[in-house]
Design a protein around this ligand. Structure first.
Ligand code: PLP
Length: 484
């Protein structure tokens, strides 16, 4: 019997012995009826107390894996069904093809390969996009909000959350989006979701059938495209220019049941959807009965000019769903976002949210409601906006300083990233690799495009790094790309 135990492992020793023998039985390494070592002998072999081995044997006996009494020999049970023993252990089966995925599961597994990994790698200079600043977040105020939620909302934490979300939080959000985004709604129209991504999945499940034609931006947000593809929808990419999605091209490509757009800050180009195109899009939606998802993921961070009013605020037909998220304005790990729905959809979406996961986590919602109510949220956004703007300027100056005419920088009026193109002989993957080896994290932007750009293109995040690190990091990047 090949057994080893590890005294430093978190699993107690008797559980390790139990698991080792169970595995040996299930894998057929020891056969039914075969004698197992006496507890004393096995204890000596493993340098364990005899009682530890005896405890493992007692458990195996109670579960029917072994038979025999203490003192009269211990045997692998003879009545274990042969085919259960012949099968590999369950954790091996799970990796093999006997488990069949649904069509949705198969598509998710295949299409997720198109997405960048979540990225736990750490870099000294991390320019990967969409990262928020640790040094600017008001951790103490957040802690206070969480403490208040724990002490003030116990009665509610003992219950399942309301399916559409924490009432006061939805009221805070209603006020916030009315003032800052020109979104007109009542709290009853809001359903809290675990980020925009869950909102997209709910929409795809609730509103469309396999084969329905839907439109996304090109270049555009890969996670939206993948969620729609997984639902079996016919996803068509509509080109984007300096004024956002080209509504003329949308119209020419025929009727769509659904259109995903990022009007305030196009992902990844940074373009703002012009007012005339907004009106054309709304008119298109009305003519075709299309639902438009306004994905307003980072509009809190706009550095020049006032943002154009939301599409939702211009909609007169009840066809726009507005998706907001706290992934940039608070923390991505919070996993809280919200949908503002036309009246008729709010009830069905709350029902779906209840069916999906019984509601968004209450503690996080209660803490966020308090964070907003106390004014900490507004203060954080104001401060972060100021600092992020300085960081954006630092990134731009560093890029121009180090690369001069060998770099092209895209739209820069908002968000947490700049779209950047390098003119030179290196390929995108070579740049990622060389940068990584020098401690600089960058993400290639080709995943956003239907046709990967000819020149290496990157979406560089500036928000998470202080200005001095930005300057140093770009210098390191420039050296890494020049040498070798
Ligand atoms: C276009 C777009 N939508 C939404 C999000 C945020 O998604 P979530 O709210 O699921 O974190 C991002 C984040 O990068 C994004 O780029």
């Amino acid at each position: 019997l090949e057994l080893t135990v590890d005294p430093s492992a978190p699993l107690p020793l008797h559980r390790q012995v139990y698991a080792g023998i169970r595995r040996a039985i299930l894998s057929g390494e020891v056969r039914p009826g075969e004698r197992l070592p006496a507890t004393r002998a096995l204890a000596e072999q493993l340098s364990l107390a005899r009682a530890t081995v005896a405890e493992a044997y007692d458990q195996l006996r109670a579960e029917g894996y072994i038979s025999g009494r203490r003192g009269s020999g211990t045997f692998v049970a003879v009545d274990l069904p042969e085919d259960a023993i012949a099968q590999p252990a369950p954790w091996v089966v799970a990796r093999e093809s006997r488990v069949r995925l649904s069509r949705w599961g198969t598509r998710i597994a295949a299409d997720l390969a198109d997405l960048p990994p979540v990225g736990n790698a750490s870099y000294e200079f991390d320019f990967r996009p969409h990262r928020v600043a640790e040094d600017l977040f008001p951790w103490e105020e957040w802690r206070t909000a969480v403490d208040r939620a724990v002490s003030g909302e116990r009665a509610r934490l003992l219950l399942y959350p309301p399916a559409s979300g924490h009432r006061e939080l939805r009221e805070e959000i209603t006020r916030h989006v009315a003032v800052h985004r020109g979104v007109h709604c009542r709290p009853e129209q809001i359903v809290m979701v675990n980020g925009t991504q869950e909102g997209l999945n709910l929409l795809a499940h609730m509103l469309f059938e396999g084969g329905d034609r839907v439109a996304v931006e090109d270049p555009g947000y890969p996670a939206a495209r993948v969620a729609l593809l997984a639902q079996g929808l016919d996803v068509v990419r509509v080109p984007v220019d300096g004024d956002g999605m080209m509504i003329g091209a949308l119209t020419r490509r025929g009727p769509f049941r659904f259109i995903h757009v990022t009007p305030s800050h196009q992902e990844p180009t940074g373009a703002t959807l012009s007012l005339s195109r907004r009106l054309a899009l709304l008119e298109y939606a009305e003519r075709n009965g299309s639902i438009v998802l306004e994905d307003d993921y980072d509009s809190e961070f706009r550095y020049e000019g006032r943002p154009i009013e939301s599409l939702q605020g211009l909609d007169r037909s009840g066809l726009v769903v507005y998706a907001g998220t706290f992934s940039k304005s608070v923390l991505p790990g919070l996993r809280l976002g919200f949908l503002v729905l036309p009246d008729t959809l709010a009830g069905p979406f709350a029902a779906a949210k209840r069916m999906w996961d019984s509601g968004a986590p209450m503690l996080e919602q209660a803490a966020l409601a308090e964070f907003m109510r106390s004014g900490a949220f507004e203060r954080h956004i104001r401060r972060a906006r100021r600092e992020y703007r300085a960081r954006r300027d630092a990134l731009q100056s560093a890029l121009i300083g180090c690369f001069g005419s060998r770099v092209w920088i895209g739209e820069r009026h908002g968000g947490l990233n700049l779209l950047v193109r390098f003119h030179g002989h290196l390929r995108e993957d070579e740049i990622v690799q060389r940068a990584g080896q020098a401690g600089v994290g960058v993400r290639a932007a080709s995943i956003y495009f239907a046709e990967p750009p000819v020149e290496p293109t990157f979406l560089l995040g500036f928000a998470a790094l202080p200005e001095t690190s930005i300057t140093r990091g770009i210098r390191v990047l420039a050296e890494a790309l020049e040498n070798g």
